[in-house]
Design a binder for this molecule. Structure first.
Ligand code: FPP
Length: 242
């Protein structure tokens, strides 16, 4: 494996895949062509993650805010997602990859949603890596959904306000069974979190590259992992002995 220390791998890598539209525009193409190329890069990153031994990979594939895009683009993205899932099933089965989804999944079109559930079910017993797609996902919406569920429990007296701890809040998020991300990668040079995993990235290392998502690939990804391996994580503590 090229200069990757297997003992210092991030357990969970999350990615904000940005720049598909710009990539297409620079080439005089329709934005959808950028998403299509972006989907090919998703394949490469999933494959590379599995190969180097990443346990959790989470991709921001469609945000709550993305519903505001032109209908043609939204429809194309949903179709692309469905095709990607169908095409990837074989590889996921062969490589022990379990599919997972977070977000307000009920808002997805029926055919995309049923394909998603079908693949989640078929890959449910795979144990080597979890690929989570954030779909119709918003970090604030996720926190609101968690607060609502907690409030209902308090209203029913099955929980008291002082039962609310960090662990409890985490357990009510869409990511309840997942570790927090160790590394967050964002492409296309923007220094923003864009409503992605707001609670979960509290101590996450952030890596921003100027590469647009369709130009991102195995080498760029490995460079991000290498950069992560050079960092010293303190989680708010100090390593000073003085
Ligand atoms: C951002 O580019 C990307 C998205 C809104 C969606 C990400 C989708 C893919 C990578 C392809 C399909 C996904 C899967 C899982 C098959 P942008 O359109 O915001 O780019 P821009 O900022 O340059 O306009």
């Amino acid at each position: 494996m090229p200069n990757i220390d297997p003992k210092k791998l991030p357990q969970h890598v999350a990615v904000i895949m940005d720049g598909n539209g710009r990539w297409a525009k620079m080439r005089g193409m329709h934005r959808v062509r950028g998403h299509e190329k972006g989907a090919e890069v998703v394949r490469e990153i999933v494959r590379t993650s599995r190969e180097i031994g990443i346990s959790w990979l989470t991709l921001y594939a469609f945000s709550e805010e993305n519903w505001k895009r032109p209908k043609t683009e939204v429809t194309a993205l949903m179709k692309l997602l469905k095709r990607f899932l169908k095409d990837e099933l074989k590889e996921m089965q062969e490589n022990g990859i379990r599919l997972n989804a977070i977000g307000r999944i009920d808002k997805l079109p029926e055919d995309t949603r049923s394909t998603l559930f079908e693949i989640i079910e078929k890959t449910a017993s795979n144990k080597d890596m979890v690929l989570t797609l954030a779909l119709s996902y918003g970090g604030r919406q996720e926190i609101i959904d968690a607060i609502r569920k907690i409030a209902i429990k308090i209203e029913k007296h099955s929980m008291a306000p002082f039962d609310i701890t960090e662990e409890l809040v985490s357990a009510f998020l869409y990511t309840a069974d997942m570790p927090d991300p160790d590394l967050l990668i964002r492409t296309s040079g923007e220094y923003r979190i864009s409503n992605f995993l707001l609670w979960q990235v509290a101590y996450t290392e952030i890596y921003v590259t100027t590469a647009l998502w369709p130009d991102f690939g195995r080498d760029e990804y490995l460079a991000a992992i290498q950069d992560f391996q050079k960092r010293e994580r303190r989680f708010g503590a100090t390593n000073s002995r003085e």
